[in-house]
Design a protein around this ligand. Sequence first.
Ligand SMILES: NC(=O)c1ccc[n+]([C@@H]2O[C@H](COP(=O)([O-])OP(=O)(O)OC[C@H]3O[C@@H](n4cnc5c(N)ncnc54)[C@H](O)[C@@H]3O)[C@@H](O)[C@H]2O)c1
Length: 368
Amino acid sequence: MENLELNMFSIYQHKKVFITGNTGFKGSWMAAMFHSLGVAVEGYALPPTTEPSHFSLLNLNYKTTFGNILDADSLETAISNAQPDIIFHLAAQALVRPSYNDPVNTYQTNVIGTLNVLEAARKCRSVTAVVLITTDKVYENKEWDRPYSEEDVLGGYDMYSSSKACCEILIKSYRNSFLNIKEYNNKHQMLIASARAGNVIGGGDWSVDRLIPDIATATSNNRKVKIRNRLSVRPWQHVLDCVYGYLLLGKKLLEEDTAFAEAWNFSPDSSDVKNVEQVAEIAKATWNLIDIEFGTPEDAVHEAGLLILDNTKAVTRLQWKAVWNTTEAVEKTMQWYQQWYNNKAVHTNEQLGEYLERLVELNEAVIN
Ligand SMILES: NC(=O)c1ccc[n+]([C@@H]2O[C@H](COP(=O)([O-])OP(=O)(O)OC[C@H]3O[C@@H](n4cnc5c(N)ncnc54)[C@H](O)[C@@H]3O)[C@@H](O)[C@H]2O)c1
């Protein structure tokens, strides 16, 4: 399935892509996607912290520098040596619970780390585009039943979410101060955009305290899984749909379209969002060994009850649309874990193949 060509991503064919956080869940899928499209990639991240790790299992042949984004010199050297055209910044302290245990590291990694990436990018003349990944949790959550759009007020209840909201403010301020689109092609040649995606699921995530990895790990150990907040609604989406959105956004920046240097939501249609219990039921229907008990643990931290994003902007202006609906996303994810736990098979390439074929079909249907 290597080097599958998709016309919509042909702009990447002669570009060099730099991914921060490529040893993590999303970054490893993004590198796999670029690899299957035949695009040159380099990565910068801490070594994997989970065992197993999707990054290690894939064992793709591309250069990764193991370094800390807080080490500005090391980051700058890696970017300067790579001479990339575009950077996707995914490296982060990406979990809510550790942000309570270590708020300083969360803020340093997420906010100062993002600033370091922007500074290193600005010093490297080859870089013309940077896509910075924040989260669906950047909005001040008012438990509204209406979806949050890009213009809604930023907030973030916990330290992880608020650090990512700070990243959004930083990115906008950095654009105004140094990369103003009014001065594009005059004083600078770099466009930056941020992407706010939903609760991302897919195989190969072994992070603790996330619904799907918790279900998969418990089931593989023949344990019952205790699930909190059964009625919490989240915009669940497959990691490949999320990565697809990031690539479309990056493509627009590489095409020098200044109108896209803004913030973007990526999430399933609001009619397709599901609560925790519904997701757990789909998972169980796919993998019948799953045994679930609902309840709230004593050490539970605050979590929003209702979070839905408005994806209108991405759907209308980027022509992005989720390829797999939420049910399919959960099914594909559980199938991936079953293949791993039953056969020690890494199902990433097969799922990437299925995904890209469906993407081609959907786009042909739109064109015809
Ligand atoms: N997974 C989700 O559901 C989700 C949802 C919304 C947003 N996000 C965001 O997407 C991005 C990727 O998330 P993920 O789920 O892949 O997270 P992850 O924890 O699996 O991966 C994080 C990556 O960041 C790297 N990293 C962390 N601290 C670093 C540091 N100080 N220096 C260098 N590298 C460092 C890690 O090595 C790893 O490669 C993050 O910015 C996260 O906030 C994730």
